[in-house]
Design a protein around this ligand. Structure first.
Ligand code: TYD
Length: 236
């Protein structure tokens, strides 16, 4: 599959058209950012590691009946995906309290809530992705009623598959972010990536952080942590 026109340069990925109008190529970069772009740097090999980790996760989700935009991993940094119209919402699921939730509610990181917590953010860089709920999403027409219903059914299913996949390799899925898009037939698909950039993964025993918190909090050993996730999932 040939890379054609450059389409979009994001914080951690670039998108390219292909000779098939229904497919795009997603290139994973080493660029890292946090706190809405305030902190920026580059993490050696992050693009390769996230491409591989996200490919394994999307394959596992597909095997379990979740429809995603993932077609195949092309090489180290590139994957082939179905083109979609992005729904401008971010869905976050939290199985363990960490990050902004710990700050917002003054709960200690590591606290396990009685049930998973679901959050929605409006994808809008100028507004810094504000926190909203379903009624805002509906009122602002950011997704159709049917899409929202489907997404709210899918989010817990995806969470269960993720928890199980990572429990098998001794990792706790603390939280992660999902995005959805619609393909040309209006079919809802999970899009973007799920990787240590957009999830928190803790070693189940030691609670060692194997995710972007190492970058956010200047903890060092970032590449090693991402590599550890990939190797535990069974790849090098
Ligand atoms: P959260 O704790 O709300 O934010 P922060 O990363 O600023 O502490 O994030 C919860 C999870 O969702 C975390 O694993 C990062 C991910 N996430 C993104 O990937 N993109 C985003 O825009 C947001 C808000 C969260």
């Amino acid at each position: 599959m040939e890379k054609r026109k450059f389409l979009y340069d994001g914080k951690a990925k670039q998108l390219y058209a292909t000779d098939d109008p229904e497919l795009i190529i997603m290139l994973f970069k080493d660029d890292a950012s946090a706190y809405n772009g305030v902190k920026k740097s580059s993490i050696k090999n992050k693009g390769i590691l996230n491409n591989k980790i996200s490919s394994l996760i999307f394959q596992k989700l597909e095997e379990n009946g979740i429809k995603t935009h993932f077609v195949k991993q092309l090489d180290d940094c590139n994957q082939l995906c179905k083109k979609t119209e992005v729904i401008p919402l971010e869905f976050i699921v939290r199985n363990v309290v960490a990050g902004s939730l710990a700050r917002r509610l003054d709960i200690e990181e590591g606290f396990v809530p009685a049930n998973p917590i679901y959050e929605i953010c409006y994808k809008n860089d100028d507004l810094r992705d504000p926190f909203i709920n379903e009624t805002h999403a509906r009122a602002m027409n950011l997704a159709t009623e049917e899409e929202l219903k489907q997404i709210l059914r899918l989010v817990p299913q995806i969470n269960e598959i993720m928890i199980d996949m990572f429990a098998n390799v001794g990792i706790t899925v603390v939280d992660f972010k999902m995005e959805f898009g619609r393909d040309k037939n209006g079919q809802l698909l999970l899009i973007d990536e799920i990787s240590p950039d957009s999830a928190r993964f803790w070693d189940s025993k030691t609670k060692n952080r194997l995710d972007k918190d190492r970058f956010r909090r200047d903890m060092g050993k970032i590449e090693e942590a991402y590599r550890e996730v990939l190797e535990r999932l069974g790849e090098r």
